[in-house]
Design a protein around this ligand. Sequence first.
Ligand SMILES: Cc1cc2nc3c(=O)[nH]c(=O)nc-3n(C[C@H](O)[C@H](O)[C@H](O)COP(=O)(O)OP(=O)(O)OC[C@H]3O[C@@H](n4cnc5c(N)ncnc54)[C@H](O)[C@@H]3O)c2cc1C
Length: 165
Amino acid sequence: MTLPNVPYRHEIVSSEPLKPFLGPLVSMLGTGLYFSQSMRGEIVGGMGDPLEEPGLNQSSSLRFMTRYSRALTELLPQVGKVKLLRQWAGCYDVTPDHSPVLGETPGVTGLLQMSGFVGHGFMMAPAVGRRMALWMGGAQDEIFDRYNLRRFAEGRLIQETFIIG
Ligand SMILES: Cc1cc2nc3c(=O)[nH]c(=O)nc-3n(C[C@H](O)[C@H](O)[C@H](O)COP(=O)(O)OP(=O)(O)OC[C@H]3O[C@@H](n4cnc5c(N)ncnc54)[C@H](O)[C@@H]3O)c2cc1C
């Protein structure tokens, strides 16, 4: 059985530090824009791009910078003059339903899957890791069945997906 995970570049940018003014992470579910203010005061954010092609591309683009800056200043006009200091990119690990692959690998006993966290791995992986440890010790946990790799072959894609970025 083949893993359906595919890498997609995700770009991100950090501004110069500003006095603290923003408490929560802001996420626009329509455009994919998201940003938060770091403890050092920088506005750090990104924006998914529907035209991004799959592949191990980790370069930075002017297209991202333009789209992000426009979307951010539309929402927060007062940051229009703020300098952007660093731009970089990494790859999201994307599955066909944008949800992780968890649990047993069909046909390979003992090979456990915990991948495909898209842009949410830092947030989700600690909790999923803890549940997997308990499950490996014998506890019942339905997520390792619901998110099993088999779901792609069986046409049981996860519907309730929530994507930041
Ligand atoms: C730009 C960007 C911003 C992001 N922002 C956020 C965010 O704000 N919040 C959030 O929750 N998530 C965010 N994510 C997603 C998060 O980074 C990932 O979901 C998370 O890092 C995945 O963790 P992982 O341990 O599954 O995989 P990884 O962190 O990719 O770890 C896999 C490891 O396996 C190693 N490896 C690969 N192949 C082999 C091999 N054959 N043999 C041995 N080792 C191997 C790799 O070197 C790597 O160290 C972001 C991702 C990107 C790219």
